[in-house]
Design a protein around this ligand. Structure first.
Ligand code: CP
Ligand code: NVA
Length: 322
């Protein structure tokens, strides 16, 4: 047995089998740390050229209702490196586009595939797919959450800091899907998360309340503030994301005005710890939420985060599809 197969097949590893990965909130701290541990092993093996066909012969469907660079390519490469086969499914080419229901799509695709990833608008689409399908469903981003991105971000944080317990992440920007998943992720691993946003752009109150409840167990403080200087003070990680997410293109001009004081620039970076690292899920709108100097500067962890999508998603796929 290899280390990876042990991590998948012991009691904790088996608890993932057949489960959907829709929100970090659905998993225990121990389970999140197991994904981190398996990611570390798989990343080391991949760097050393050791193949790990843990999902040999399995198929993963990937439905996209929104564009993607990282999610699409990292999932496609992930399933291939695990010995399986990935099918890219543009929702415009599926009968979904002509009104076939999510429930019927789930029933049918479950007869062909071993796993399904979906990127969509309504979070309820993912819940419904998982409800009516009989295979694990992985959330590749909804308007509410982006859990796979945050798993990669947590892994990047563990790589840089060893442990995240008691560390502080300050997210500067819109209270959106990234802010929500970061709060859920931080709460599970004991990392304080402060969302620094303009008035009117606060994160979903239910998500904040749930993350706070999770944080009570691990000691993570979950805060929402409007003052940039106070919000980023003492931060170990500074995070930002686009001001207008996919689907909000019509609001872009208004948002550029409303978020002007919430740019991650050198001045804001200097307000955090001198050892702070910078994260962004990407794609970035350079010159808006982040400046070139910060994105390309010595404190930037952007490209490690993007790479770690591949490794962390391999761990998730191997755990839920085994
Ligand atoms: N971060 C992220 O999910 O990127 P894509 O939109 O390119 O998939
Ligand atoms: N908040 C962004 C994240 C992109 C990865 C969006 O939903 O467009």
């Amino acid at each position: 047995m290899t280390r990876a197969t042990q991590l998948i097949h012991d009691e904790l590893g088996r608890s993932f089998s057949g489960r959907s990965f829709i929100s970090i909130h659905d998993f225990t701290t121990e389970e999140i740390l197991r994904v981190m541990e398996l990611t570390r092993v798989l990343k080391e093996e991949q760097k050393a050229g050791i193949p790990h066909p843990l999902l040999k012969g399995k198929t993963l469907g990937m439905i996209f209702l929104k564009p993607s660079t990282r999610t699409r390519i990292s999932f496609e490469v992930a399933i291939w490196q695990l010995g399986g086969y990935g099918l890219f499914l543009n929702a415009n080419d599926l009968q979904l586009k002509r009104g076939e229901t999510i429930a019927d799509t789930a029933r049918v695709l479950s007869r062909y595939l071993d796993g399904l990833m979906i990127r969509t608008f309504a979070h309820s689409d993912v819940i419904e797919l998982a409800k009516y399908g009989t295979i694990p469903v992985i959330n590749g981003l909804t308007d509410l959450l982006h859990p796979c991105q945050v798993m990669a971000d947590l892994f990047t944080g563990f790589e840089r800091f060893g442990d995240l317990k008691g560390r502080k992440l300050a997210y500067v920007g819109d209270g959106n899907n990234m802010a929500h998943s970061l709060m859920f992720g931080g709460a599970k691993v004991g990392m304080h998360v402060t969302c620094v946003c303009p008035k009117g752009y606060e994160p979903n109150a239910d998500v904040v309340a749930q993350a706070r409840a999770d944080g009570q167990i691990t000691g993570a403080r979950i805060e929402v503030v409007h003052d940039v200087e106070a919000g980023v003070a003492n931060a170990d990680i500074l995070y930002t994301d686009v001001w207008a997410s996919m689907g909000q293109e019509a609001e872009r001009e208004k948002r550029v005005r409303d978020f002007a004081a919430y740019q991650l620039n050198e001045k804001v970076l200097a307000m955090a710890k001198p050892t702070a690292i910078v994260m962004h899920c990407l794609p970035a709108h350079r010159g808006e939420e982040i400046t070139d100097e910060v994105a390309d500067g010595p404190q930037s962890a952007l490209w490690d985060e993007a790479e770690n999508r591949l490794h962390v998603q391999k761990a998730i796929l191997a755990l839920v599809m085994s």
